[in-house]
Design a protein around this ligand. Structure first.
Ligand code: NAD
Ligand code: TDX
Length: 355
């Protein structure tokens, strides 16, 4: 068994679904079900005995300790976090509580559990911490991409909270010998992403005929990776990564935001033509995000060289699948946008959720 935290969120849900498609090793899924946690993402697993869902907080030491001693997982994969940069600007508190304090409590309970294991299980145990390229700060137009040696320089409350957690994870290896791995990944896109993030927001607003907001001049650059590729990279790190190491994960696909939005609009024009005209007419430049990082780029050659991982999707194939998925799952998008998924949680999931 493995313990996955944040498994009802965007990447966590994709990971759990992929994991149980690929093998039968059970998943214990600990998720607080914040606004971003949506068990509807895991509806395909309802009644599946390989998936045990527990609603709870990674910062709840009593609960985490009890789950570890009762279920005895061989690994923990920590996705749980507050993840949206704009929310961190408006209200950093939850980011500090979950990303810093919560990760610390989870780590410390993991250490107590790990020291109690017999030698063989102790050697095989892994704590994999899922993190972001944003910890490295912002690049100029001609700077080389981030490597695992790039010093941390986080600029938003979100990235500062993730950098803090990365440091704690590193310290638990260095000081206590806990077999940790950290992955720092670029921007993900794909099914089940909460429509506060750029790509699903653009699809949702476009089909509703609403403005497509572009922050600043639209020339901020991100590296984009299809979520399924992130999941295979995490699996590779979990199975083959060297304890104490960090691995950068990226799509070798840097693009300015305006290009992303125009690409999504062109796919929508093809797949769901709007009689009112091309979707790009809805593009609207708005006030910039405070402290908006200009450019992220990831050098993902270490994970390729050492673990044999590279992305399977190109941006062209991944974004086409993604736009198709949102159009085919508008009920999911509308449930999330309207908050109706909360009712779904109450009516469909309550009997499986333990506080
Ligand atoms: P998300 O916001 O979609 O999901 C986060 C999940 O964590 C939700 O299900 C939420 O309910 C749960 N959660 C939040 N606080 C919790 C707590 N205290 N205890 C238990 N569960 C809690 O996020 P995501 O985009 O899926 O990101 C997952 C992880 O990957 C995060 O750690 C994020 O920093 C990292 N990451 C994300 C991206 C990206 O592009 N989305 C890129 C690199 C790294
Ligand atoms: O409406 C928008 N208009 C816009 O121009 C939104 C929501 C975003 N943007 C810009 C800001 C960014 O430059 O698009 C880019 C992507 O924005 P987000 O989707 O909010 O992602 P970002 O801030 O880059 O962070 C994401 O990738 C790294 C995730 O939210 C993080 O969790 C992850 O660590």
């Amino acid at each position: 068994m493995i313990l996955v935290t944040g498994g009802a969120g965007f990447i966590g849900a994709n990971f759990v679904l992929d994991w149980l498609r690929a093998n039968d090793e059970p998943v214990l899924d600990l998720d607080k079900l914040t606004y971003a946690g949506n068990p509807e993402n895991l509806a395909a697993l309802q009644g599946d005995p390989r998936h045990i869902f527990v609603q709870g907080d990674i910062g709840d030491r009593g609960l985490v300790g009890k789950l570890l001693s009762e279920h005895r997982p061989r690994a923990i994969v920590n996705f749980a976090a507050e993840s949206h940069v704009d929310r961190s600007i408006h209200g950093p508190e939850d980011f500090i509580q979950t990303n810093v304090v919560g990760t610390f409590h989870l780590l410390d309970e993991a250490r107590a559990y790990w020291v109690s294991l017999p030698e063989e299980e102790k050697a095989a145990f892994r704590f994999l911490h899922v993190s972001t390229d944003e910890v490295y700060g912002s690049l100029g137009p001609t700077d080389a991409p981030f490597t695992e040696q790039t010093p941390f320089a986080p600029n938003s409350p979100y990235s500062a909270s993730k950098a803090s957690s990365d440091h704690l994870v590193r310290a638990y290896h260095h000081t206590y010998g806990l077999p940790v791995l950290t992955t720092n990944c670029s921007n993900n896109y794909g099914p089940y992403q909460f429509p506060e993030k750029l790509i699903p927001l653009i699809v949702l607003n476009a089909v509703q005929g609403k403005p497509l907001p572009i922050y600043g001049d639209g020339m901020n650059v991100r590296d984009w990776l299809y979520v399924g590729d992130h999941c295979t990279a995490i699996r590779a790190a979990l199975e083959k990564g060297r304890p104490g190491e960090t691995y950068n994960i990226g799509g070798w696909n840097e693009m300015p935001n305006i290009e992303i939005v125009k690409t999504v609009c062109a796919l929508l024009d093809e797949m769901r033509p709007d009689p009112a005209g091309p979707y790009a007419r809805l593009i609207t430049y708005v006030t910039d995000r405070p402290g908006h990082d200009r450019r992220y780029a990831i050098d993902a050659s270490k994970i390729d060289r050492e673990l044999g991982w590279r992305p399977a999707e190109t941006f062209e194939t991944g974004i086409r699948k993604t736009v198709r998925w949102y159009l085919d799952n508008m009920a999911w998008v509308e449930h999330v946008a309207s908050g109706a998924y909360r009712n779904w949680v109450e009516t469909n999931y309550s009997e499986r959720v333990q506080a």
